[in-house]
Structure formats: C-alpha cells, structure tokens
Design a protein around this ligand. Structure first.
Ligand SMILES: *Cc1c(COP(=O)(O)O)cnc(C)c1O
Length: 366
C-alpha cells in the first residue's frame, strides 16, 4: 500500500489511483561520489527503478492520473511535452498497458540522441504524435483531437498537463515524502537535510516538499530549474504546493493545512544554462563523474543539471556535515522491447528532422 494511504486511509477510499509501479524505491549510499566531492553523508533514491518496463519520476504521478482516467471511464489521454519528453513516453507506455489511447502534442527542442530514442519508443508504444511549433498551433490541434476523440469514442479524453504536474499528479510525490519518512523510521537513512532534484514542471519538487513536511520531516527540497521560468518558478511552485494541499484536504480534512511561501521554495536558477534540454558543460561533467564513481547512468537534460548543483555546493563546503539525498528521476530500465531497427520514416514527417539534422554539439561527446 502507498505510504500516504497508510497515514491517511480516507485518501485511499476517495482518490482515484491505480498501482503501476514498485514502491518504495530503494535508497543507497554513494560513498565513492561522496568521498570525491568531500561529503560525509550522500544518498541516492532510485526513482529510476519506479516501475517496469519504464521507471523514472513520471510513474508516481501516472498512478493517480491514469487512475483518474479509468475512474472516469475515459478511453484516452491527451498530453504535452517537448519532442524528447520522458513524460510523453511514460504516458504512452502506461496508457497502452491500461487500454487507453495516448495522443501527445510535442513542441520543438534542441536535438539529441535521447530525442530520437524517445520519439521511436513513444511511437512503438502506440502514441499518436503531433508536432506543434507554436501555442496557437497546439490549441488548434488540441481542439481537433478532442472532437475526433469524442466522435470515435463517444466520450471526452482526459487532458494531462506537461510533466503530469496537475495537483492530482503531484499527489504521487506527496506519497514519496511519506515513503521517505518510513525509510527514515526503518533506519535506512538518517533524516535528510536536503534532497536535490531537477525541476521541470515542478510537480516532483512541490509534491515532495509537501510530503516531507506533512510527514513531519525537517528535510528541505532543493529544486534545480531545468526549464524556462514559464514552467518552473517560485510563484508556480508555491501555487502548486498549495493547490495540492487543498486537494488532499478536500478528500481528507485531517490532512494538515500547509503553505509554501514563494520565498521558501529554494528554487535554483544557476544551472539552467541557456534553454531547456540544451546541455551545459557542468551537466556533462556531472553525468561523467556519476558514471565513474558510482556506475550510475544519468542524462543531461534533468539529472545532470541537478547533480551539477549538488557538486557545486559540495565543493563550496556547504554540504559538509549534512545528510543529502540525490533523487534519481531518470528511467534506468532498458526498454528492451523497442526494436532497434524501428525506422523513423514511420513517424509523422514533422519529426524526421530530429533524425536528419545534427545533434547539439555537447551530445557528440560520449
Ligand atoms: C520530467 C522529469 C523531471 C522533472 O520533473 P517535474 O515534476 O516535471 O519537475 C526530472 N527528471 C527527469 C528525468 C524527468 O523526466
């Protein structure tokens, strides 16, 4: 049972939820990396192993979002992301597994091998992909897709925002806070001072901060912004935290009433670089160091930038006698059933550019 439901059984009765993943996710020390960057107490929480065939942070949210779609007897989901979106891929996989049609509206992003891989995998798992080069185009496609869905299925599709970061999706990370509290109580880890993680659409950070506070931990979440401020900001984070708390209290009035002031979000802007999914030197180096010291594979859009911030702070001596957790939000399952020979020509023509144009400069360094 989810840790959150053990503490608040009313939520289990009332919230839409379907188990998709394997929880709790493991926690381990990273002694070799800690030693290299002069830290005493560094841990990793493997949300990378949250599920099979595809892990990563989106699964916790999808348990509620797909649960909601099934509860509404909807036949399909429409969601959004950039071309290489891990969220769009995770949604495609778990929608299909639950008999739902997935339609993804995808925006441009800097090219990388990851983009090619995720596009092919989304397609393989049956997602209908549309390329949107502007907000206006997205709105038109969305309107058309909703109508089309209604006429073929006789019901409306469930619309899931980018990253799955609606208040309902965010509840998945409130649960992660309660899960961590149980791991602390079980003696698997001392009470953490900080959890470093990447913030894209803020659901992971806002939910986790709400979860640890409600569970009674003193832990501070340190979200590293990796998207444009439109998607990740102090005001947005505070609002999502508050809305998620309000939602939980609607379903169970005994859930504590908490607030996160904008000044308390701890959002970090200094590792973003120039744009979303544009790799930075620090991110590339952080991914390399993780591989060398711990044999753990990260990527350069999210987890590399978050780890770069942690390394930076450790080098300044700020984390010396702190207990620090790095949240690995990136899928580490191999997706073995995606055939390697899948031909990109099967994708809608708009996406061929990602296979025909060069990848960004830092992606050519392996
Ligand atoms: C989506 C994603 C994030 C960001 O999570 P948000 O809840 O959108 O802030 C972090 N890491 C990885 C690997 C992701 O795919």
């Amino acid at each position: 049972m989810l840790s959150l439901f053990e503490s608040f059984p009313e939520l289990q009765k009332n919230l839409p939820h379907i188990p998709l993943g394997d929880f709790p996710t493991p926690i381990q020390t990273m002694d070799s990396l800690a030693k290299t960057i002069g830290m005493d107490s560094l841990y990793i929480k493997y949300d990378s192993l949250s599920g099979t065939p595809y892990g990563g942070n989106k699964l916790r949210k999808l348990e509620f979002l797909i649960g909601d779609a099934l509860h509404k007897r909807s036949q399909g989901i429409i969601t959004f992301g950039c071309a290489g979106s891990n969220h769009a891929l995770a949604t495609a996989i778990y929608a299909k597994q639950n008999g739902l049609k997935c339609t993804s509206l995808l925006f441009p992003q800097p090219n990388a091998l990851m983009v090619q891989k995720n596009l092919l995998a989304s397609f393989h798992f049956g997602a209908e992909l549309h390329y949107c080069i502007s907000e206006k185009m997205m709105k038109n496609i969305l309107e058309r897709q909703i109508k089309k869905h209604e006429s073929s299925f006789g019901c409306t599709p469930v619309i899931i925002p980018p990253g799955g970061s609606s208040p309902l999706g965010t509840v998945g990370y409130v649960n992660a806070g309660f899960e961590l509290k149980q791991q602390v109580s079980a003696g698997l880890i001392p009470e953490p001072d900080f959890i470093y993680l990447a913030s894209g659409t803020m659901g992971t950070s806002a939910g986790l901060q709400l979860g640890v506070m409600a569970a009674g931990l003193k832990t501070k979440v340190v979200p590293i912004r990796v998207t444009d401020v439109k998607y990740s900001s102090e005001s947005g984070m505070s609002q999502l935290f508050n809305e998620t708390c309000t939602l939980l209290r609607e379903y169970d009035e005994t859930f504590p009433s908490l607030h996160l002031p904008e000044t308390e979000t701890g959002l970090r802007h200094d590792f973003f670089g120039t744009e979303y999914a544009r790799y930075t030197r620090e991110s590339v180096e952080a991914v390399k160091l993780m591989k060398e010291t711990e044999q753990i594979m990260l990527e350069r859009t999210y987890t590399g930038k978050a780890l770069a911030a942690l390394i930076h702070d450790a080098n300044l001596g700020l984390l010396k006698d702190k207990v620090v957790v790095f949240l690995n939000t990136y899928n580490s399952r191999g997706l073995d059933d995606v055939p390697a020979e899948l031909d990109y020509h099967n994708l809608p023509g708009d996406f061929h550019r990602y296979f025909e144009e060069d990848v960004q400069e830092l992606d050519r360094e392996q």
